[in-house]
Design a binder for this molecule. Structure first.
Ligand code: GLU
Length: 320
């Protein structure tokens, strides 16, 4: 292999699409996936698909196939088979053992109301959860002791380092600095039902798959700071982060059911063509001056991250 080819191989971009089958994909999901696809495919990179199906009762099995069909309809192809997180529980358990062996996690038996009561003035975290005050830190010697003494199954929390201010570079947001202690405190990596928390699963998956570019909605910016800590703890190199703005409803809130039916499957059934959909999404993101019919492949020529609007797109009227 000549040195240039070797260089190319070493720097191949590897991205991923990570739909959550908690409902059907809507316009907002499609827009982020389109941008993730364009970013990788415009540089001939590899793109994997991972279905994030760990969210217990919220998972709708029929949404798994529907998400795959929606992506295929849009022409957003990926390499290999879609991987299910539910098939990797053993791997997440191993990662948790690794964190335990390094003393980086501890068992926690607090209930939500106990956490609320433990704080004289409950602090609301950036992502509107509670800031965990560290009640169970140092309280139990082991998970077993936590179980026996409390009569409850413990969750496992990641103990923040002394300095929990995480700084990372983001392709859209530039330098991002988040104080994880103020944001959420020691955070859950394994839930009391034994399932890994999103933060752990996503880092293990991206790390194992050598993902070096994560492009997703910027509602996950605050999660990224927690994930950076887990990347370090698990010894994975950090990917390049790109957090793109969301699609909002007319009320300024994140696109959801209350804004009407914006499911891709609904447009598909109504005979909207994917080229119309893609042209609309690319225009909304700033890649086209006018919406026009183009395939995902055609849009590769128009992709330029510096042109992507840094402000969210507000959907005031349904496009069709
Ligand atoms: N599954 C998440 C979603 O559909 C994305 C998670 C991620 O990209 O890390 O919003």
């Amino acid at each position: 292999m000549d040195p240039e080819a070797l260089d190319d191989a070493a720097s191949e971009v590897v991205g991923r699409l990570a739909p959550s089958p908690t409902g059907a994909l809507h316009l907002g999901n499609a827009r982020s996936f389109l941008l993730a696809w364009l970013s990788v495919r415009s540089r001939n990179g590899a793109l994997l698909c991972r279905i994030e199906d760990l969210d217990g009762p919220r998972i709708k099995p029929e949404s798994i196939q529907e998400a795959i069909d929606d992506l295929a309809w849009l022409g957003l192809d990926f390499d290999g088979e879609a991987q299910l997180q539910s098939a990797k529980l053993g791997r997440y358990a191993l990662a948790l053992e690794h964190l335990k062996s390094k003393g980086l996690v501890y068992p926690c038996t607090c209930t939500r109301s106990e956490i609320e009561r433990a704080q004289s003035a409950p602090q609301e975290s950036l992502d509107h959860g509670m800031v965990y005050p560290g009640t169970c830190w140092g309280r139990y010697e082991s998970g077993e002791q936590a179980r026996v003494e409390s009569g409850r199954e413990p969750a496992w929390r990641f103990r923040l380092p002394e300095d929990a201010v995480v700084v990372f570079q983001d392709g859209m947001h530039g330098r991002v600095e988040i104080d994880v202690a103020r944001d959420c405190g020691d955070f859950v990596v394994a839930k009391k039902d034994g399932q890994p928390a999103y933060q752990l699963a996503v880092v293990v998956d991206d790390g194992d798959s050598c993902i070096n570019e994560v492009l997703r909605g910027d509602d996950l910016l605050s999660s990224t700071s927690r994930q950076v800590l887990l990347y370090r703890a698990l010894g994975f190199p950090e990917p390049r982060w790109i957090h793109v703005p969301l699609v909002l409803g007319a009320d300024g809130r994140r696109l959801a059911k209350r804004h009407g039916d914006t499911r891709l499957s609904q447009y598909r059934r109504r005979g909207i063509r994917s080229a119309e959909m893609l042209g609309f999404l690319a225009h909304s993101a700033g890649l086209l001056d006018e919406p026009r019919d183009l395939s995902a492949e055609d849009l590769l020529d128009f992709y330029d991250l510096t042109q992507v609007h840094s402000r969210p797109f507000t959907l005031t009227t349904p496009p069709w």
